[in-house]
Design a protein around this ligand. Structure first.
Ligand SMILES: NC(=O)c1ccc[n+]([C@@H]2O[C@H](COP(=O)([O-])OP(=O)(O)OC[C@H]3O[C@@H](n4cnc5c(N)ncnc54)[C@H](OP(=O)(O)O)[C@@H]3O)[C@@H](O)[C@H]2O)c1
Length: 237
């Protein structure tokens, strides 16, 4: 397994939910973490119990593409290397088909698809130098299937993110970069709080984070392209 100590992992949307759990888990395993969020004050508040010199906080707003470029460059300037990128930031407008507005679709497209694409493009030269670069794309089971009438716009953007994921996987393999898509069902976060599903049956973000942190430590000879994780008796794959 790869030793994360001294390696640099970027995590978007690290201030709450799955991103916060991933940031804490990576850090606890020895990664130097570079955290991106829209609100730096809120981010710093959310990590104050565990942050140390191996943590840096940066502005990242997918609606402002230049902020992603600046975050990648600032990370490279500060640490001298980038070994991992976790595209976690995402939004879900959960309207049904007849209510789905173009405005909401455009927002999800910007955050869930274009944001990750731009960060990947910007980080790729650094990940290539690493020789054991890692990219994690937090997709969803909504990138694998359409769940009845539930949130078709969200599913469209997550399917697109999964397509991006596989394109990146193929394009970067020879550079030693290994790319993993995380496709969870319900995770107990703010995003699912209004779903009307009992939170106690949901995946816990910490369990997901521990799984991801293990996967990214696998050597280049053992790659996991997709992780499908669910809390329901759904047939997948
Ligand atoms: N929860 C689930 O059941 C579930 C299942 C499958 C996949 N996912 C995916 O997991 C990821 C994290 O979701 P979560 O459940 O942790 O949701 P969450 O608690 O709502 O957190 C979403 C994160 O994305 C950030 N974000 C939103 N818009 C952004 C923008 N324009 N630019 C940069 N960051 C932005 C948020 O920042 P702010 O605090 O500034 O809003 C927040 O950090 C998402 O990609 C989501 O689609 C979630």
């Amino acid at each position: 397994m790869i030793d994360p100590r001294g390696r640099v992992m970027m995590v978007s949307g690290a201030n709450r939910g799955i991103g916060a759990a991933l940031a804490r888990q990576f850090h606890s395993e020895g990664w130097i973490v570079s955290l991106g969020a829209r609100n730096i004050d809120q981010l710093e508040l959310s990590i104050q119990e565990w942050a140390d010199e191996n943590v840096s906080c940066h502005m990242y707003d997918a609606f402002e593409p230049a902020s992603g470029d600046s975050w990648v460059q600032a990370t490279a300037d500060l640490r001298g290397r980038i070994d991992g990128l976790t595209n976690n930031a995402g939004i879900g407008h959960m309207e049904g088909l007849s209510d789905l507005s173009e405005k909401n679709l455009d927002e999800m497209w910007a955050v869930n698809v274009k944001g990750p694409l731009r960060l990947i493009q910007k980080a790729l030269p650094f990940l290539t130098v690493s020789g054991e670069g890692r990219i994690v794309n937090v997709v969803s089971l909504s990138g694998k299937r359409v769940k009845g009438t539930f949130a078709p716009g969200y599913a469209m953007t997550k399917h697109a993110l999964l397509a991006l994921h596989h394109a990146v996987r193929h394009a970067t393999f020879d550079d030693g970069i290994r790319v993993t898509a995380i496709c969870p069902g319900y995770v107990e976060t703010d995003m699912t709080s209004a779903f009307g599903v009992d939170p106690s049956i949901m995946i816990q973000a910490d369990d997901l984070a521990e799984t991801v942190a293990t996967i990214v430590r696998l050597p280049n000879t053992a790659t996991v392209a997709e992780i499908l994780m669910t809390c329901e008796p759904e047939v997948l794959g």
